[in-house]
Design a protein around this ligand. Structure first.
Ligand code: MN
Ligand code: ZN
Length: 440
């Protein structure tokens, strides 16, 4: 899917050849007197296009319009979230006709963030998974032309959004692939592919190197699987060499059976998504390659399966992490923190400015927050605020949860320095308290 940005008034957008012209109509009055603008104003006056983001009105071959179809989409206040509602509704409505060329034109002036939001939403609404279908029908839309009154001031935001879409789609692709099409080895190959992009380097460690590093917690989770583990190290250098990097750590459990503490059968297929933290990190590097910001970023992905066999870890086993701390594995399904703790210890060698760990960690987090917001834990208020703000602006919101030391009480055990689970209560928080031990 190819995006381009053009300076287009509503009148010029009407003259653009396309299969669908989507006009994003905000609350502000329409200044122009061209036939389409007049028609939009009339529709609004008649109440046929309510001023509520996501409301639509379809026109069929209106006069003086080159496109076969026109969809008017209300975007209310024109803020990024409203633009997203409007674009998603309009693209979903247009999809039935399998359009190839779409023009997405703002009827009024648009802020850079609104333009970026339109690009991300158009990609999101038209995404289709194809990797493992024999006769896949890819998304019909080939080209989206984003039309704004003046392209120059929104150009940078547009380019950034276009690169971000590539990253997001890369992450979705790997997230959606079934576990037998996204093994740790395959994830590592994908990362190596990213290593060929400008500014990016990739190094992949296998079981021998991981043993040598003393990553006993990570290796323990992997030992029940026939698939060998991989530890992926990605480097993006856009800033000066001596500038402290941001380290991103992504959980890469390519399938989580729960191990001996087996999960229930229902919906276990969804455990292929237990590598979505890793997918986020891979996608971020794909976007970095396109944006080329002047920063340094390290990506760390511990990747393995959590399976059952004669060598699998058992409840009560005690393992030694890379940090030297011993861990009693009371529940083998709390494996994410076991692989992440060693990655967090490894992160120290980069003397990072910040470490951000991204993971599908605990069903308890989903119980607490549902599917709308992600849980956020941080021992640094400024970093937490920055991440919350980033979540708001990208409409991928998070919610900060507490890290009081009292929550760590349940992790105490007689048989090791720490247990890998506490009780059911506050399960997301105790997971964070566990990982916090490896960040000091
Ligand atoms: Mn698990
Ligand atoms: Zn897991």
């Amino acid at each position: 899917m190819d995006f381009q940005l053009k300076t287009l008034t509503v009148a010029r957008a009407a003259a653009e050849k396309s299969d669908v012209l989507i006009v994003l109509v905000g609350s502000a009055p329409l200044a122009s007197k061209d036939p389409l603008s007049v028609q939009i104003a009339a529709a609004r006056k008649a109440g046929d296009l309510p001023d509520k983001a996501g409301k639509l009105l379809s026109l069929y071959r209106p006069e003086d319009v080159a496109a076969a179809r026109v969809v008017l989409a209300a975007i209310g206040d024109g803020k990024p979230a409203s633009v997203r509602s409007g674009v998603i509704a309009a693209v979903n409505a247009a999809k039935a006709q399998s359009p190839k060329r779409v023009v997405l034109a703002f009827a009024q002036e648009a802020e850079p963030a609104a333009v970026a939001s339109a690009v991300l939403a158009a990609a999101d609404a038209s995404y289709v998974y194809t990797a493992t279908k024999s006769k896949a029908e890819p998304r019909s839309i080939r080209q989206v032309t984003v039309g704004v009154a003046d392209a120059a001031p929104v150009g940078a935001a547009f380019e950034q959004a276009r690169a971000t879409v590539e990253g997001i789609e890369f992450a979705k692709e790997w997230g959606n692939r079934p576990a037998n099409h996204a093994t740790p080895t395959m994830l590592a190959e994908a990362a190596k592919g990213l290593g060929k992009l400008p500014g990016i380097k990739c190094e992949v460690l296998g079981p021998k190197e991981v043993d040598k590093l003393g990553m006993g917690a990570f290796a323990a989770v992997a030992q029940g699987s026939a698939e060998p583990l991989r530890f992926i190290v990605l480097r993006y250098q856009g800033g000066p060499k001596d500038q402290a990097p941001v380290v991103l750590v992504g959980k890469g459990i390519t399938f989580d059976t729960g191990g001996v503490s087996l999960k229930p059968a229902a919906e276990m297929d969804e455990m292929k998504f237990d590598m979505c933290g890793a997918a986020s990190v891979l996608g971020t590097f794909r976007a970095l390659a396109g944006i080329q910001p002047e920063i340094n970023v390290i990506g760390l992905i511990p990747s393995c399966e959590n399976m059952n066999d004669g060598r699998a870890i058992k409840p009560g086993d005690v393992v030694t992490s890379m940090s030297g701390q011993t861990i009693e594995i009371l529940n083998t399904d709390a494996e994410g923190r076991l692989i992440l703790c060693d990655a967090l210890t490894y992160a120290k060698r980069f003397d990072p400015a910040a470490v951000i760990d991204i993971a599908t960690l605990t069903g308890a987090c989903v119980v607490a927050l549902g599917g709308v917001r992600s849980g956020l834990f941080s021992s640094d208020d400024a970093l937490a605020a920055a991440l919350e703000a980033a979540g708001e602006s990208s409409q991928d919101r998070c919610w900060r949860l507490p890290l009081d030391d009292e929550y760590a009480e349940g992790l105490k055990t007689n048989f090791a320095d720490v247990a890998n689970v506490a009780g059911r209560a506050g399960g997301a928080i105790t997971a964070a308290k566990f990982l916090q031990r490896f960040t000091a």
